[in-house]
Design a protein around this ligand. Structure first.
Ligand code: NAP
Length: 294
């Protein structure tokens, strides 16, 4: 089957260009340039890369950005004091605290300390709850990016059977909410996790599979209905001696054998990843414009 590649990199570039135009229009009209702050704790390679990419994306969108760094031994109290400062800093429209945090810091406590009106990651319970009942809210960037990709590629989701693999708070659960909502995907949604005994059977019946489990090459050809649309969220670092870095990013889908069965599929890298950062930019623009909250 001739499949189409869902190009997240190109779509993200187009959306970032649209954001930049809107920012310049705001500034030209005498408004404030949106300002995103990012807090990075420690020196985890993955987190460093993500945060650097976010700072770079801010520049592409014409945003102001601030990076605040702490060593891995920062205390919870110091980090919470920083969150409090950012909450009260009127020059900052939105901010993120890059996860994961070191084990001695309670992640949920930090998430809940963020003013929900500046919570551009969409992890605060107020945003999660508002999104779940269809109220305007900051929506977690990865699921928002996936829905945007499906819409921009004209994938019909209404009335389709969608299987989501994974039930994390940042991907699987919000993805399920967005895909089931009438004003969202309007699909019939099944969520599978590590205790789903019929996972393969569920996948075989799916028109759309969204894989977000972090298990390289987990979705194989025997799990895919011909003509399905596949979204691969997985980004696991696997050793690769042919790369300068010594690793490559591997998706949850065995691309080479699954792609020929599909009508459309996202690659890894270059699929969901770039859309995630792009949606963070969209959320920051919305924060700057007070689109959801006064
Ligand atoms: P997570 O918090 O580790 O959650 C993984 C989920 O997958 C859990 O619900 C787990 O089930 C389920 N799972 C694990 N192994 C399974 C198996 N063998 N069969 C069925 N279900 C299984 O992961 P996450 O944060 O959602 O991330 C998932 C993947 O997406 C990771 O590779 C991550 O790097 C990637 N990711 C990519 C982006 C991006 O922008 N591209 C953004 C976020 C995440 P239980 O609940 O039963 O444990």
């Amino acid at each position: 089957m001739e499949y189409s590649l869902i190009d997240g990199k190109a779509t993200a570039a187009a959306i970032k260009a649209e954001i930049k135009q809107q920012v310049e229009a705001i500034v030209a009209a005498g408004g404030k340039r949106p300002h995103l702050a990012a807090v990075l704790v420690g020196h985890d390679g993955g987190s460093e890369t993500y945060v650097n990419n976010k700072v770079r994306a801010c520049a592409e969108c014409g945003f102001e950005s601030t990076l605040i760094r702490f060593e891995a031994d920062v205390t919870e109290e110091e980090l919470l004091a920083c969150v409090d400062r950012l909450n009260r800093d009127a020059s900052v429209d939105g901010f993120i605290v890059q996860l994961p945090l070191p084990r001695h810091i309670a992640e949920q406590k930090v998430i809940e300390a963020i003013d929900y009106r500046k919570d551009v990651d969409g992890f605060h319970p107020i945003n999660v709850g508002r999104m779940a009942i269809g109220l305007p809210a900051f929506v977690s960037a990865t699921p928002k990016g996936i829905l945007t990709l499906l819409q921009r590629y004209g994938v019909q989701t209404s009335g389709k059977k969608c299987v989501i693999l994974g039930r994390s708070n940042i991907v699987g659960k919000p993805m399920a909410q967005l895909m089931m909502q009438k004003e969202g995907g309007d699909a019939t949604v099944t969520v599978c996790h590590s205790h789903s005994p019929q996972l393969k059977d569920e996948c075989r019946q799916a028109d759309i599979i969204i894989a977000a489990i972090g298990r390289p090459d987990f979705v194989t050809a025997d799990m895919v209905k011909p003509g399905a649309v596949i979204i691969d969220v997985g980004t696991t670092r696997v050793p690769d001696a042919t790369r300068k870095s010594g690793f490559r990013l591997n998706g949850d889908v065995k691309f080479d054998e699954v792609a020929p069965l599909c009508t459309a599929i996202t690659p890894v890298p270059g699929g969901v990843g770039p859309m995630t950062i792009c949606m963070l930019m969209q959320n920051t623009l919305a924060a700057g414009r007070h689109e959801y909250y006064d």
